[in-house]
Design a protein around this ligand. Structure first.
Ligand code: NAD
Ligand code: TYD
Length: 356
């Protein structure tokens, strides 16, 4: 990558905001973990922007995540599917920008039942892109993931690393990621693609490792560690991710580009399990080693030099602070996760963990 080329980008950051618009943004999947944090972040930071949240409210979608903004006149919720072309066309014709968070997101569910991942993550993204192209919107941000790279191996993955997804989830996201790029290459739809590492924070559904371990520990239940627990991930506090997307939204001259987003904080599963138990004053005896996940990626790690040097973004929250804040949130919002950890969730948990 030519650094001078990037300097030119930075210098020509006219920014969609500076085009004099009060942005109207379609956020998809805004009732989920990252989408809800992003909506809260944006409505607070830009009180005159309008946000429409299109969400199907799957098991992972939860309007409780947005109770603080439901009365906000600049916020509208629409229940629906991103694969519904008529609905999507109707919504996209009135917005400047689309940010596509909507997806089926859990690796383990994609292993046992991949169909919905292909329907939403690939086909749904196509439906959004097609409408975005026809209505000539200003910006389409595709929220991709570092899972598309597969195992990082020795060095953190750069944006031009080969895509070697190892789960149906990662493969569906890789399909959507490259489909989004193809709309830029072919039709000049102004797409930008982000590939972020593992997020943690408030509102995360307790099927993902950190909220599952925190809530299990709070209930004195075992923390199921896959395999030997030595697999590592780069962990980013969700607000740092929201901040990165905000900068990308307001930066011009980056169409067709991919940006990795990550904290550089790599931790193994076992390290995190021990940290959670320690922070909650619980015994390490709660750790239970269980059968490994098929295709389990040993290391996800991303090189973030591009977003740091081109857009000046950097993560602000260290891991200890982020984990303290996350644990505090789960301790203070017991009702939120107890409601989830009943009904269908119990079936899921049994299927996934019983006799494992
Ligand atoms: P999540 O599972 O918490 O939320 C997904 C949301 O999408 C839910 O509200 C769900 O109802 C909605 N949804 C699902 N299918 C839909 C459909 N067909 N139409 C409309 N809405 C639909 O997911 P998350 O962790 O918040 O992830 C958000 C995005 O960020 C995803 O695209 C994911 O791939 C990406 N991502 C997540 C992480 C992470 O660590 N969680 C890391 C990198 C990238
Ligand atoms: P997860 O939160 O599912 O995110 P991803 O697979 O997208 O990285 O898992 C994070 C890591 O934690 C991964 O290495 C698998 C591991 N893990 C466990 O050891 N036990 C669990 O119960 C879960 C859900 C995950």
């Amino acid at each position: 990558m030519q650094r001078s080329r990037w300097v030119v980008f930075v210098q020509t950051l006219t920014g969609i905001e500076r085009m004099g618009k009060r942005m109207k943004i379609l956020v998809t999947g805004g009732a989920g973990f990252i989408g809800s944090n992003y909506i809260m972040y944006m409505l607070k930071k830009y009180p005159d922007y309008k946000i429409v949240n299109l969400d199907k409210l799957t098991y992972a979608g939860n309007l409780d995540n947005l109770s603080d903004v439901e009365e906000n006149i600049n916020y509208t919720f629409v229940k629906g599917d991103i694969a519904d072309a008529t609905l999507v066309d109707d919504l996209i014709k009135d917005v400047d920008v689309v940010i596509n968070f909507a997806a089926e997101t859990h690796v383990d569910r994609s292993i046992s039942d991949p169909a919905d991942f292909i329907k939403t993550d690939v086909y749904g993204t196509y439906v959004l892109l097609e409408a975005a192209m026809r209505h000539e919107i200003d910006r389409f941000i595709q929220i991709s993931t570092d899972e598309v790279y597969g195992d990082a191996g020795e060095e953190p993955s750069k944006e031009d690393a080969p895509l070697m997804p190892r789960s149906p989830y990662a493969a569906s996201k890789a399909g959507a990621d490259r489909l989004a790029f193809s709309f830029w290459a072919t039709y000049k739809t102004p797409v930008v693609i982000t590939r972020c590492s593992n997020n943690y924070g408030s509102n995360q559904y307790p099927e993902k490792m950190i909220p599952l371990f925190v809530t299990n520990a709070l209930e004195d239940k075992p923390l199921p560690v896959y395999g030997n627990g030595k697999n590592t991930r780069d962990w980013i506090f969700v607000e740092d991710h929201c901040h990165a997307i905000d900068i990308i939204l307001h930066s011009d001259g980056i169409e067709g580009e991919v940006f990795n987003i990550g904290s550089g904080i790599e931790k193994s599963i076992i390290e995190i399990a021990e940290m959670i138990l320690n922070m909650l004053g619980k015994s390490d005896d709660l750790i239970e080693f269980v059968k490994d996940r098929p295709g389990h990626v040993i290391r996800h790690a991303v090189n973030t030099e591009k977003i740091r040097s081109v857009l000046g973004w950097q993560p602000l929250i260290d891991f200890k602070t982020g984990m303290e804040s996350t644990i505090k949130w789960y301790k203070e919002n017991v009702e939120w996760w107890r409601r989830i950890k009943s009904g269908d969730y119990l079936e899921y948990y049994k299927k996934m963990y019983e006799n494992r």
